[in-house]
Design a protein around this ligand. Structure first.
Ligand code: FES
Length: 117
């Protein structure tokens, strides 16, 4: 069953900023882009590194762990383990399977940012 969860007032995240929130045992990454809020799972599906310290280029975030890249709007994987090569890549590929980020619906109600999961 899904529910809407408040994560803060609209000022919690300014244009281009990434913010991590823990809400009801979920780590949520909130990103403000072109005046809209976007929310995805805040933990990399590979080896559970927090994505909030990743670098954003356009709409794509690069995981600080091993360079997997995800679109912050669609959640899609656009690159997987890109900083790994050879035997290290083969070994660490087994640690977690290639998987898109979960995208959470976001709405603003009375200046409060709400995320659904
Ligand atoms: S933890 Fe994110 S790519 Fe390995």
């Amino acid at each position: 069953m899904t529910a809407w969860h408040e994560i803060g007032l609209v000022g919690v995240c300014t244009e281009g900023q990434l913010r991590e929130f823990k809400v009801s045992d979920q780590v949520v990454l909130l990103w403000c882009h072109d005046g809209e809020f976007h929310a995805v799972q805040g933990i990399c599906p590979h080896m559970k590194v927090h994505l909030a310290k990743g670098k954003v280029d356009g709409t794509v975030i690069t995981c600080p762990g091993h360079g997997s890249r995800f679109d912050l709007i669609t959640g899609e994987v656009v690159g997987w383990l890109e900083t790994l090569h050879g035997p290290a890549k083969a070994f660490l590929e087994r640690a977690g399977k290639r998987q898109n980020l979960v995208v959470y619906p976001v709405k603003v109600v009375d200046k409060r940012v709400m995320v659904q999961f």
